[in-house]
Every structure is written in structure tokens, then in C-alpha cells.
Design a protein around this ligand. Sequence first.
Ligand SMILES: Nc1ncnc2c1ncn2[C@@H]1O[C@H](COP(=O)(O)OP(=O)(O)OP(=O)(O)O)[C@@H](O)[C@H]1O
Ligand SMILES: [Mg+2]
Length: 458
Amino acid sequence: MRITVKQQVLLAPAIVLILLIMLLAFMQYTYWDLAHKRHEVKAVGTTFVALAEADMAARRLHVLLRSMQHNGMAAPEDMALVADLYEHLLNAINRMEPFGPIKGSRLISRLQNMAENLNPADSPEIENMAESFARFRAELSTLSNATQIYRNRLRLIHEQDINQMVERTAVVSMSVLVLAIALGLLVSAYFSRRILNRIQLLSSNAVRIADGKLELPPAPDHIRDELDTLAVSINRMTKRLIRVVSTEKLLEGAEEERRRIAMDLHDQSLSDLSTILRGLQNLSAELPDDAPREKAQKLELELERAIANLRDIMNNLHPQTLDILGLGAALEAHLEDHCYSDDLPEYHLYIDPAVSQLKLGRLKQLTLYRIAIEAVQNVLKHADASRYEVSLEVREKELILSVEDNGKGLSDDSFHSGSGRGLNNIRERARAITAEVSWKPSRFSTGTRFELTLPYQS
Ligand SMILES: Nc1ncnc2c1ncn2[C@@H]1O[C@H](COP(=O)(O)OP(=O)(O)OP(=O)(O)O)[C@@H](O)[C@H]1O
Ligand SMILES: [Mg+2]
């Protein structure tokens, strides 16, 4: 299963949060249960008080009616008292609320009906009324007894319930809190240790690579999270670095070899040829006849040409001006020597004065020099241009080499034609010094702009 680092970090607080929310829900339920029971107790209490009041009013009415029955007549103030007591009775009966066992039964509504039928104003016969009151009081006392019993039981249960609830809430809260803390600690310890170990491994690999020990660090087979992605990236970066470093070493070795060959040619072949030239010059001076002297002078000229060619080859093998005057001057000298002619396209060279201040290594200078020469050679060979520009500019933290012509432009299959090696060599050489190269349409109306960007540290 793929769990990202973010999820691993958030897992422990999420577990704690879920457990606390469950605890909150449990407390809420307990509170709701308590409120419900409290309401029940209140209903029983209200009904009990209403029953007592109703019983008192009914008893007084009953006594009053009996005395009126006994006297055989009703005084107006007695009738007013009866009406008052009846209203009191009705009021009390209407305040009763159904509770517990009598919720389903129709006991209260039956009592209310009976009370409504007992209105003394509707029934002039005092005798009948007294009897009705006797039945009503019996019913009232049945309900009163039931209420009393239920009230006592409820009080007991309620007390027990509250004790149990307090105990249960305390136990559950403590257990959930302990569980949440323990789980949170365990999960965060497990994942943070895992993440930390992997970060330490990645960091030690990166430090080793930065110290120049280019051993390939292990890469995971499949990617599960961001750290795996990082491990794969470090692995790929190291691979590329190893390739770049080996190319750089290869190029350095090759340049060193070319330099050695140039020196050998200079010290051995060139000095031998110069000795022969001097001998030939002496010989021709000593020859008395014109014909053999002319022949000897012709040979002298050819030998001088051969010596000049050899110097060219030596310079190509290792441009001495580069070591002595630097990149800009070496490029200028090369263009003047090889590209300045009426039958070749006109060129313009711009060398930023800041280039001479840069501390470029020998390999970088040589690489830039060879790349520039190949780009110029390509213009001369393929572009059919009438004009081209070579420039070496310093921008912020970057050195830009560009060769831009107004020729026919690069075709799409130039990179895949397979015949030439120049473009590939340019790419390889640029990669070895961590430079980037590109070929784009030129800023002239037609043609190609070759550009190399080399980041440098001042
Ligand atoms: N400035 C340019 N203008 C037009 N076409 C170009 C230019 N530079 C390169 N090309 C095209 O790109 C192709 C590949 O160039 P590349 O330098 O790789 O080979 P090459 O010059 O033919 O041979 P080599 O460089 O090995 O002597 C060329 O054949 C040419 O068609
Ligand atoms: Mg070429």
C-alpha cells in the first residue's frame, strides 16, 4: 500500500483526533440520556404535586357537597366556593403529564374527562354529584398511589443511574484518553523512526557523493512515497555524475595526449625539418649553376610549406595561444588564420572583455574553443551563409558562446543524418563541462543560431 510521507506524519494525530471525537460523542449521548431521565423525573414530580392538589380540592368539594346534601339547600357563598374549588381541581388535573408506566394507558385523559363531567354548574342534583365525586376520588387515589410508587422507584433508579453514569463516564474517558495517547505515541514513534532512518540514509549518501565518492547509492524497486522518489532521483543523479566525470577524465586524458604529441612533433619532427631546410638553403647558396639552384629553391619553398602545415597540425592538436593569451585571443587568431578570405563568408567576432577576468579551467577553455571551431566549421561547410557572428559574452553567472549565421538553416534530420560527428561531439563535450547547448533559428531572416550556456562561479 502506498502511504505518502505526509500521510505517515498525519496518521498519529488523526488517530488521536478520531478517538477524542468518539469520546465526545459518547459524552454527548450520556448527557442526552441524563436529560431524558431528568425530564421523566420532572414529569412524575409535576403530576404528583398536581394529584395532591386535585385530591385536596376534590376532598373539600366532596365534604361541601355532602353538607349541602345534608342541609337540603345551597347558600350562594357555598355555590361560589364550589365553583372556585372546581376550577382549582380542573387546573390541577390539566397540569398532569403522562410518565413511565402510565404513558401508554389513558388514565390521565380518563381522569380529565371525569373532572370535566363533574362541573357543578351543569348538574343541579347534589346527590348525584356527591356520588360522582366519591368515584372520582377513588380513581384519583389509584393514580396517586401508582405515582407515589413509581416516584419512589424512579428516585432510587435515578440515583443509581447517576452513580453508574459518573463511574462509566470516568472509566471510558480515562481509557479512551490513555488509548489515544498510547496509540498516538506508538504510531508517531514507528513512522518517525522509519522516516528518520531513511532520511539519514539519503543524507549520508548525498554527503558521500558531495565528497566525491561516486558509489551508486541503492534505489528502491518500486516507489511508495516521496522519499523513494528522492532515493531514485539521487541514484539517477549519481549515475549521470559518474558519466560526466568519466567523460571529463576521458577528455582530459585525450587533451593531455594531444598536447604531448604536439610537443613531440615540435621538438622532434619540426626541428629535424628546420635543420633540413637550413641545409637546403646553404646548399642552394653554394650551387654555382642557375638550373639546380632554382630546383633547390623550389624544394625549399615546399619544405617551408610542409613546416607551416605541421605548425597548423600542432596548433590544432594543442592551440598554444589558448595557454598563453586565453580563450578570446585563441578564437580570434583561429578565425583570422583560417576564415579570413574573400571566398569565405564575412564574419564578425565579439569577445566580452569580462571573459578574460573569468577563471575558467584549462579543460573548459579547450572545450569551448573546440566547440566554437566546430560550429564555425559547420557554418562554412553547410550553411551557404554570406555572413556569420561569433560571440563570447558574460551574463550574470553564465558564459554564453554563440555562432549565428544567415544561411539556409538546420534541417530537421541534421541530428539524425548519421554521417557527421560534429554535432554529437559538441553535445558530449558540453555535457562534460556541465554546459547546455541549443540550435535555434537565427535572428537574421534565415539561418541558425548555435548557443552554449556555461554556468560559472565567480
Ligand atoms: N550552421 C549550419 N547550417 C546548416 N546546416 C547545418 C549547420 N550545422 C550543421 N548542419 C547540418 O547538420 C549536419 C550534421 O553536422 P555535423 O557537424 O554533425 O556533421 P558534418 O559537419 O557533416 O561532419 P563532421 O562534423 O563530422 O565533419 C550537417 O550535415 C548539416 O546538414
Ligand atoms: Mg561538422
